[in-house]
Design a protein around this ligand. Structure first.
Ligand SMILES: [Zn+2]
Length: 451
């Protein structure tokens, strides 16, 4: 699927076979450290990373949020300090839980089967963590003339919202969030796309913003044998039904516009279809849930709690609603709209959690260098594709601190491999580990050497 690099434009001698062996062994060992969140236990992962960096002559700093929830950073300084903000290579140490009975191998064995590394975190995101670790190690080993510092940051608790990771850093160590550019998870590459073989590397300059709501209804209790019109559960269900039926406007944000433009140019959309035309876009979005999600604010009703007993009318009922907003949507205006759509004074809407994921620029050297490196390393039919992620990552905290942050894991994955993220049988081929390390290193090297 992925082929070794055709040419190296780097005037350095890097033995990529040796680097790939090192990356493979590091990733297998890293997977073997069980950092399932909850409870996380990221300290063991951070110690492992610190030791690997120490062997490269790079020191690490730990940030302890208590209870074994440790994040860390390590820095290779610029050749000359010009006071430029650093490039951050960001990853998270924790992984999501597993259901081992559905796996073909022990999810924490780090087994290699037919040149593929198996285990929880192979993709999300210990694999990219190791690619990043090798980028910073190579920068130091080869004394790359960096114009700005290169900083490796591995955080705790990403998978549970970041309270003991990125939010802890933002509050207690805000200097770690000072960066010009950030590379993180958020976009992978595709070896097949829309049923066709492809070499597409995604890059994600923006993500949707979570807006998590509690919707609660108040009513009057009563005996179920004598129904009345103040049943809280009925009020809640009717309000939720109106919310679910709410037709939200379609909107083309810069990343999705860039994605559609690229797909049309590359012939992935029929030539007579203009996917940016709003009627066509509505039609396409109604056929594809992912496209629907990245062109609309979305509402998912995720839980309802009410009632104690079959013959008692409940006086209170509540639901949780997971809304995901386009980066151009004003959250306050959105919540006001939710209240208007529910249209019942006895139903209250409360924001449980919200942050703005922000938008990084599509017009930075990161985008142009990544596009160029992808073509050079993967061939003329390969291309970079901007994406809006429907989910969110820790990049939002860096964007809030003023950085340009990008999701960029340059591995070419099949649909099936992508489905293993947060699923069963998560795995990353050694060829993809090598490809990702080579592409990421070359992008970071060129970016870091620019004044
Ligand atoms: Zn992740």
């Amino acid at each position: 699927m992925t082929e070794p690099i055709m040419q190296s434009l780097v005037d350095l001698t890097i033995d990529w076979n040796e680097i790939t062996e090192q990356a493979t062994s590091l990733l297998c060992d890293y997977i073997r450290i069980n950092t399932t969140n909850p409870p996380g236990g990221e300290e063991a992962g951070a110690i492992f990373l610190r030791e690997a960096l120490r062997r490269e002559g790079i020191d690490s700093t730990f940030y302890d949020a208590g209870g074994g929830r440790v994040s860390m950073s390590a820095r290779v300084p610029a050749a000359v300090n010009r006071g430029l903000k650093p490039i951050v290579l960001l990853s998270h140490i924790d992984v999501v839980p597993v259901e081992p009975e559905h796996w073909k191998v022990d999810p924490f064995s780090g087994a290699i089967i037919e040149n593929v590394i198996w285990g929880r975190g192979a993709l999300d995101m210990k694999g990219m963590g190791i690619m990043e670790l090798l980028c910073i190690a190579l920068a130091r080993r080869h004394s790359i003339p960096l114009e700005r510092d290169l900083v490796f940051v591995a955080v705790a608790d990403e998978e549970a919202g970041g309270l003991y990771g990125i939010h802890h850093l933002a509050e207690h160590h805000p200097e770690v969030l000072q960066a010009e550019y950030v590379f993180n998870e958020g976009a992978y590459g595709f070896s097949e796309f829309m049923g066709r073989e492809a070499r597409i590397v995604g890059i994600c300059p923006s993500e949707k913003s979570p807006c998590w709501l509690r919707v609660s209804a108040k009513g009057l209790p009563g005996h179920a044998s004598v129904p009345h019109d103040k049943n809280a559960l009925v009020k809640l269900v009717k309000g939720l039904a109106r919310l679910d039926a709410w037709e939200k406007r379609i909107e083309l944000t810069p990343a999705v516009d860039g994605m559609l433009r690229t797909l049309a140019q590359k012939g992935f959309v029929p030539a007579d279809l203009d996917p940016r035309d709003s009627a066509t876009l509505s039609m396409l979005a109604s056929m594809d849930a992912h496209l629907g999600a990245v062109t609309h604010d979305t509402v998912s009703i995720t839980s309802v709690h009410a009632g104690q007993k079959i013959n008692v009318i409940p006086a209170a009922a509540e639901a949780t609603v997971d809304c995901r907003l386009l980066p151009t949507t004003d959250p306050r205006a959105f919540v006001a709209e939710v209240r208007r759509v529910i249209d019942d004074p006895d139903v209250e809407v409360e924001v449980l959690y919200q942050h703005d994921s922000g938008m990084s620029s599509m017009d930075t050297p990161v985008m142009s260098i990544a596009a160029q490196v992808v073509r050079e390393k993967l061939g003329d039919d390969a291309f970079l594709m901007p994406q809006l992620s429907p989910g969110f990552t820790d990049s939002h905290a860096y964007r809030a601190a003023g950085a340009q942050a990008y999701g960029f894991t340059p591995a070419l994955l099949t649909r099936e491999e992508l489905s293993t993220i947060h699923g069963h049988n998560e795995r990353l081929s050694i060829a993809n580990l090598r490809l990702g390390t080579e592409v990421l290193f070359e992008v970071v090297r060129r970016l870091a050497c620019r004044a």
